[in-house]
Design a protein around this ligand. Structure first.
Ligand code: HEM
Ligand SMILES: *[C@@H]1O[C@H](CO)[C@@H](O)[C@H](O)[C@H]1NC(C)=O
Ligand SMILES: *[C@@H]1O[C@H](CO)[C@@H](O)[C@H](O)[C@H]1NC(C)=O
Length: 501
């Protein structure tokens, strides 16, 4: 993978010919492959080799998916190349798969572009098995408040939040673009948890690693990765996806450097952060049969950083966009915050129990933000059933979380931003079952606790100090999301005014 050279146009033409020739040969061989097994979920007829690739527009397949769901129902199938995938929509079907038959559906695909890029390491993409189980259990325990030693999670969040407050306070009345601020903030909070330190915003770690993620997210999401997944014979060719392998190596070497630093300065039994906790555990398990190792730790830490950065910051971006577009909602939050926090220096996560309206707004923001629309792909771990269909072991499953977050019948106002979706007639907070932005079941987001704490403390602290106003000269707010690994709003500016406290 190391030695790729640039290609001239002539070579490209040749390459395309080779690929086309390859396709033709395979066409014959795979004639009989793209067939659905008995009682498999229905879907459009698939071509050999190509599957349903031609049914989808590579640029925005969303409209096509919507049409297929209307035609074939809540459990339908598609062929991406020769490989069948099942798309599951609506609360009933998703709950049956991810919760009621949770273990049957808790696998992850192991033959995709991203698996090859990450060398099969880490927790997000780990298949259902002992390594995933051990690491997940360890992470859940460690991320619990006070799991990380003296410095509580809340203090770490407030510490980082202070930088944003100071930056905003220096710019009263000015329009600032909050994208980078929320991104840096979410990234640094995870860094505080994982590595016990924040990074100056121009630090090499952040710059290089974030750049690598960005590029890899883009490549993973783009047409080249789809071709890589669909047509194994092109995998070793020096096509644009090769860059992703180099990027992974780069971020891994940064991770390994941090692990080495920690090993030099740590004291067994006195963990300063997540890395120390893991290294402690590694010593304790020295003689056992364990899946823990330093290499795993490095990928594990980078996974958590990756999983916790864009998700949280894009949710915050959506939140402040809607709070500016709905100023009466913002004001009502501020009233509740002022009242509950009167006389207190800062908000605690426990204060949420006295803030039903703010809770409703944050949940509604998550519902509307729809940050991870198709969850992370699952696979079946054994032959199983879903809504009466038979699905063999090893089939890729795509849970359509969007279809639950805006499902008719589950919400009072499925298609508008309205905190009433989370309030009962007495104005008390309540969470409908269909609220699943973190997915559900054994694979559910393992950072949910941390993410909810971040969203609450950040939104409450900023709303207490500042009023956020949509700039007069910015036209109308645009709510159309930008598609990527995670959904985000289009970049926007906000005007910040200090509130009298
Ligand atoms: C608003 C913020 C977040 C959202 C909306 C979100 C959403 C999700 C979703 C939908 C999944 C896929 C679950 C599935 O496969 O069914 C997931 C997995 C995961 N998330 Fe999050 N997440 C958020 C924040 C975080 C944070 C802060 C962390 C880090 C501590 C994190 C760590 C993970 C990990 C490690 C997984 C993989 C779990 C597994 O495969 O067992 N997430 N998240
Ligand atoms: C965020 O971090 C980047 C470097 O990683 C820096 O260039 C940028 O100025 C920072 N932005 C804010 C608003 O802090
Ligand atoms: C998921 O559901 C939404 C409707 O709730 C639809 O617009 C979208 O196309 C669906 N995506 C897939 C992949 O089926």
């Amino acid at each position: 993978m190391e030695t790729h050279t640039e290609f001239s146009p002539a070579c490209c033409t040749m390459l395309v010919s080779v690929v086309l020739l390859g396709l033709c040969i395979c066409f014959v061989f795979f004639q009989l492959r793209s067939r659905r097994t008995k009682n498999f979920p229905p879907g459009p007829p698939a071509l050999p080799v190509l599957g349903n690739v031609l049914h989808l527009s590579l640029k925005n397949p969303l409209k096509d998916f919507e049409r297929l769901r209307r035609t074939y129902g809540n459990v339908y199938s598609l062929f991406l190349g020769p490989k069948p995938v099942v798309i599951v929509s609506g609360m009933k079907a998703i709950k049956e798969a991810l919760v009621n038959r949770g273990n049957d559906f808790a696998g992850r695909p192991q033959d995709l572009f991203v698996n090859d890029v990450t060398e099969g390491r880490g927790v997000i993409l780990a298949d259902y098995g002992p390594s995933w189980k051990e690491h997940r259990r360890f992470a859940l325990m460690t991320l619990r408040n006070f799991g990380l030693g003296k410095n509580s999670m809340e203090e770490r969040i407030h510490g980082e939040l202070q930088y944003a407050v100071d930056t905003l306070a220096k710019n009263p009345g000015k329009a600032v673009s909050p994208g980078a601020m929320f991104h840096n903030m979410s990234s640094n909070i995870i860094c505080q948890v994982l590595f016990g330190k924040r990074f100056e915003y121009d630090d090499e770690f952040l710059k290089v690693v974030v750049q690598c993620y960005r590029e890899n997210a883009k490549i993973t999401n783009g047409p080249w990765a789809m071709l890589y997944d669909s047509f194994p014979m092109i995998r070793n060719l020096p096509l644009p996806f090769a860059k992703a392998f180099k990027n992974f190596k780069t971020s891994q070497s940064f991770g390994l450097r941090l692990v080495a630093e920690h090993k030099k300065t740590r004291v067994q039994g006195e963990p300063r952060d997540f890395l120390d906790c893991y290294l402690d555990e590694l010593v304790k398990r020295d003689n056992d049969d364990t899946t823990f190792s330093e290499n795993e730790l490095c990928s594990f830490a980078l996974d958590l950083h990756f999983a916790g950065t864009d998700t949280t910051s894009n949710t915050l971006l959506t939140g402040f966009l809607y709070l500016m577009a709905y100023p009466h909602v913002q004001e009502r939050c501020q009233q509740e915050i002022d009242q509950v926090l009167e006389g207190k220096l800062k908000a605690a996560f426990d204060d949420r129990h006295n803030m039903p309206y703010v809770q409703a707004v944050i949940h509604e923001v998550q519902r509307i933000a729809n940050t991870v629309p198709l969850s992370v792909f699952h696979t079946t771990t054994k032959d199983t059933e879903l809504m009466g269909f038979s699905i063999p072991k090893g089939i890729m499953i795509i849970p359509n979380l969007t279809s639950v977050l805006d499902e008719e019948g589950q919400w009072k106002f499925p298609n508008e931003f309205n905190p009433e979706n989370f309030l009962n007639d007495q104005g008390e907070f309540l969470k409908p079952e269909a609220f699943m932005p973190f997915s559900a079941g054994p694979r559910m987001c393992l950072g949910e606790g941390l993410a909810r704490m971040e969203l609450f403390l950040i939104m409450v602290t900023l709303l207490r100090k500042f009023k956020f106003v949509w700039p007069e000269d910015a036209g109308e707010p645009d709510f159309t999301p930008v598609y990527g690994v995670t959904l985000s709003p289009k970049p926007y500016c906000m005007k910040v005014q200090l509130r009298a406290t």
